[in-house]
Write a protein that binds this ligand. Sequence first.
Ligand code: GLN
Ligand code: ZN
Length: 773
Amino acid sequence: MIQTHILGFPRVGLQRELKFALERHWRGELGAEELEATGRALRRRHWEQQRDAGLGFLTVGDFAYYDQVAHHIQLFGCEPSRFGFQGSEPSLERYFTMARGVAPASAHPHDEACGCSSTGTHALEMTKWFDTNYHYLVPEFEPGTRFALAPERLLGELGEAQAMGRPVKPVLVGPLTFLWLGKAKAEGFDRLALLDELLPLYVDLLTRLAAAGVQWVQLDEPILGLDLPPEWARAFEPAYQCLAAVDVSILLTTYFAPLRDHLSLACRLPVAGLHVDAVRAPDELPAVLDALPPDRELSVGILDGRNIWRADLDAALAAVRPALERRSGRLWLAPSCSLLHVPLSLREDAALDPDLRSWVAGATEKLAELQVLKQALLKGDAAVAGELAHARAALAARRGSPCVKNAAVAQRLARLPSNADHRAGAFPQRQRLQRDRLKLPPLPATTIGSFPQTPSIRAARAAHKRGELSAEGYREAMQQEIARAVAAQEALGLDVLVHGEAERNDMVEYFAELLQGYAFSANGWVQSYGSRCVKPPLLFGDVSRPAPMTVGWARHAQSLTKRPMKGMLTGPITMLQWSFVRDDQPRADTALQLALAVRDEVQDLEAAGIAIIQVDEPALREGLPLRRAEWPAYLAWASRAFRVATSGVRDDTQIHTHMCYAEFNDILPAIASLDADVITIETSRSDMELLRGFGDFRYPNEIGPGVYDIHSPRVPGRAEMLRLLRKAAEVVPADRLWVNPDCGLKTRAWPETTAALREMVLAAKQLRDELAL
Ligand code: GLN
Ligand code: ZN
């Protein structure tokens, strides 16, 4: 028997219906009932697609109004007590409170009796779901955490799906992954200690699902693809023994990484089926076939659930046929992971050119691919000859397309001199030359790049896009915005200025639009968190830079001031991480092509007289493989790409980089190996703790630790910033310190921006005096 299924499906809808319904609901314009109706309609539509595609199951439980982990927090009744829920509030209201927090009470007349805190309650923390760009809400665990099953929502959705008359497979985050994803709120508390309390609820839930007529339940345990502490790995067998008591078949799913040292564990667990990611770990399939007992079902994740390319169906068939044979014709086929990470559909996308459209596959198209695979395996290739021929033709067209292959790029890479990835002089020499040239005061004050994206900037961009504002008119409008930002910075007394990035819609899209090898979809939305969706550009071909991308803006900005103006670029790794990239060459090769394009821009900025050039790499860390053993290889090619991008300049040109949103202490050697003259990093939220790592490691170059958090409109006081700066000066010699905010200011408004920067500049001056620099 061949079964097809999916691990999960996109939820927001092709036109982002869920996003707009959510936002209207939060503004008070759409009632909870109507929001639920939108959710129901979307679920139904997506199940109809699964049914029409002939899948063996409809998958239930993957839908979420904000995030599926947050739904599990309610399902298992472990909403943190700090929210002060009475239990009488509607569940959806509690859910959005956890997801979005409670604003400070100033908004309503506040008295003793209202019981709400005047400081508000912050939302659950959000963090990346494994190595994806999806963010989940982090469960909070403490010794007092108690669980109580609240299965109504899940059972309700189950009923909706069952009404469609097909077998239904609910999906749950497995107990160990659920605990792993949470965070211990008490010092030294081991959240694994909660497992014994949690397991009976899983048993109870599985029992109820079985009673509702469910045969298969999918339990996601992707942590089996991580380096786990031994006690976590050891906890799997007893936990699953306990679940095995229920008369329901469990499909245990793993994805995103090879199983490696957990392979035999995964194959031995007392479950009815195992799903493995044969896209991320194609070489493990034979070992899984050897280790998995014959009475278990094997689900092979054969279609890439993380990328948008149409599958090579012949290759997929060749990969699964031996498995089918070994397992005497019994096999399940699926995408590698939930399809949440790809757009709902791309085949009809109006913005893609017809060739490209035929090369890609969104979630909808992947459902169809699954069916073709199934038919080919059941009835032979001839039964689906037409579909296979189409897929082959598209693949051949893609491989042979002159838009994909650019001989000049290949030649350039082949001839890249061996010294292209390092600067001419060593840092001490560069530092001397840069100091002579730039003549900056000690503790130079600067910002990270963007200034507020005001309504007038957005309006001008929208008008330009609609064709109502000419290219010339748009350029003038942006130049005025730049002039405003420059004047504001001069008035504030900042030492190194930025042009403010008014002309950039997004730090990746802006460059992608100006590079060859990139395309853009109209509806290729992917959920990032809650109602927030991103539309990653599609990097489909060899990358090259036909013309300078920022030089005109930078030259204009520099002409308005005598102070140094930083050129501002997005680095190759961030371009790579935040795009859908090609699967027909290693990521390292694509990164290097991007690096060459950035390198050209860096050199052109230098030639235009720009003395300081910042190359942002906020996504460097998130590119890290899930397994530590693979970190060195990634860090080697990623840092080389950065150096290739930035090493083509003279010693007296100063290269900056910027990083944020992450812990960096465990990759400090790699960060140092970037050999940027200055790094600015987000540190204020961790109270400079991050910087301690840089101090201990003796980070050799200059550092600008962020002295204030830009994520809130709050204006920090001078004393606060001084305290952080003094703390920084304890671990980094003051003559290597810069003063700057945590990150760019694009999400802020002008009044708070100038107020905060004024204090920041004064804090820098005061510390200069104190240290008598
Ligand atoms: N230069 C960018 C900005 O200031 C950096 C953004 C980022 O780090 N994410 O907005
Ligand atoms: Zn940043």
